[in-house]
Design a protein around this ligand. Structure first.
Ligand SMILES: NC(=O)c1ccc[n+]([C@@H]2O[C@H](COP(=O)([O-])OP(=O)(O)OC[C@H]3O[C@@H](n4cnc5c(N)ncnc54)[C@H](OP(=O)(O)O)[C@@H]3O)[C@@H](O)[C@H]2O)c1
Length: 391
């Protein structure tokens, strides 16, 4: 953790669809020149100035100009900040030089990465440098995977208090969700598919729920790829598009916390579609749809302001102890998950690392072990999320 830097947080990629929302959130929530020292960064000063005016940020909002292909730009940017929140993606195309720069400069780093092949590679290459410099590198600080990673952490914390130990089985179940995706997310998905085409050995990393779990291989996990009737919950469930990245992050969190959820922990994620024939038909319909097929939005494009404002999500975490005792938690968020809510989550994650006394040492982390209750508090107080134990 770096002390006394010029900026607490630099938002890198502030000219992109998601980055501008992050800058807008910081500007509206914390202003400029106040307790939070932050700057907008991107590769074009003109574009940064245009975005600053469009989002209504003050004219004296600081800028940093840095091209992702120029390591010197990135090294000097990293040295000016306590944390960098980057939305310059696909990360597997543009992300590595910034991870390297932050790991070497002792600068905390948060991103919105949902690209596990790249994360796996970065952990192998830069974990040692981050541990040495004190940089906390935290991938996946957006809808994937904060509500899920922190939701499981929150449920297990309550289980330990109520039942004296963690529950071995947790089901993450999206009860409600409204939102679509942006050009950057679509490009990242396509890039992952292209990477598999170039290097088929990546399939193993993508398919293994323990591929980010530091060598630990737990018990067989439900694959979650088909419509099933969940009798515990009384609903049909369908495959959930974010499950592949979230489950890897949740298992990595468990490994990073010395298996605080147990070495035999079982976790999967699905979407609930309701009971009866209607729930079944919907679950089967979703299971048969390729969500990222066809053409998607172009880079820089994404859901409209109305779509963001009217979006929401509600996720159930259903824990089952070995004696059959059930413990449940709910996590909700206002605004659409991928952008309205995500932009607040990544901003608060960066602030959590630089402002809160988390005591987390340098390394490559997931959100829950790096920030746990500190981040739950921030997200609840500032970012429109709720975390509750349910009866
Ligand atoms: N995990 C989640 O929940 C979540 C949610 C939202 C987004 N995401 C991820 O976030 C990333 C961004 O998505 P998006 O839709 O916001 O993308 P986008 O609109 O295409 O924005 C990409 C940004 O990267 C910048 N960039 C590209 N090449 C650069 C370079 N050489 N140097 C410096 N900057 C460069 C672009 O700058 P210019 O404006 O100059 O082109 C732009 O600011 C994607 O990887 C996406 O998957 C994840």
């Amino acid at each position: 953790m770096a002390q006394g830097r010029e900026f607490d947080v630099i938002v890198y990629g502030a000219t992109g669809y998601t980055g501008r929302l992050v800058a807008e959130y910081l500007s509206k929530t914390y202003g400029v020149g106040g307790d939070v020292k932050w700057a907008m960064a991107g590769r074009s000063a003109d574009k940064l100035a245009a975005v600053r005016d469009e989002i209504g940020a003050p004219a004296d909002t600081p800028f940093v100009v840095a091209d992702a292909s120029n390591p010197d730009d990135l090294a000097s940017m990293a040295e000016r900040a306590g944390a960098i929140a980057t939305t310059v993606g696909p990360y597997q195309l543009y992300g590595e030089p910034l991870v390297k720069a932050c790991a070497e400069a002792g600068t905390d780093y948060v991103d919105l990465c949902g690209e596990p092949g790249w994360m796996h590679e970065m952990i192998g290459k830069y974990e040692g440098a981050a541990q040495k410099s004190g940089a906390r590198i935290v991938f996946s600080c957006g809808f994937d995977s904060i509500p899920f990673d922190l939701g499981v952490w929150f449920l297990q914390d309550a289980a330990k208090e109520k039942l004296g130990k963690p529950v071995r089985r947790v089901k993450g179940r999206v009860r409600k969700m409204q939102g679509t995706f942006s050009g950057g997310t679509f490009a990242s998905f396509k890039e992952t598919m292209a990477a598999v085409g170039r290097d088929p050995s990546l399939i193993k990393v993508l398919q293994n729920p323990f591929s980010l779990s530091m060598g630990h291989e737990g018990p067989e996990q439900p694959h979650g790829m088909a419509a099933i009737e969940d009798e515990d919950i009384g609903s049909w469930s369908a495959p959930f598009i974010m499950a592949s990245i979230n489950t890897k992050n949740v298992h990595r969190s468990n490994a990073l916390m010395a298996h605080a959820y147990g070495k035999d922990f079982v976790y999967d994620e699905m979407m609930l579609t309701g009971p009866g024939d209607k729930g079944k038909a919907m679950a089967e319909g979703i299971a048969g749809t390729n969500m990222m097929g066809g053409d998607g939005p172009a880079p820089g494009e994404g859901p409209s302001k109305d779509e963001r404002e009217n979006g929401f999500y509600d996720v159930l975490f259903y824990g089952i102890a070995d004696d059959g005792t059930v413990i449940k938690a709910g996590v909700t968020g206002d605004k659409d998950p991928g952008y309205g809510s995500t932009s607040k989550m990544i901003a608060e994650s960066a602030l959590c690392l630089v402002k809160d006394d988390t005591g987390t040492p340098g390394g490559i982390w997931t959100p829950a072990p790096a920030m746990g209750g500190h981040l739950v508090k921030r997200l609840t107080e500032k970012a429109g999320l709720t975390f509750e134990i349910e009866d």
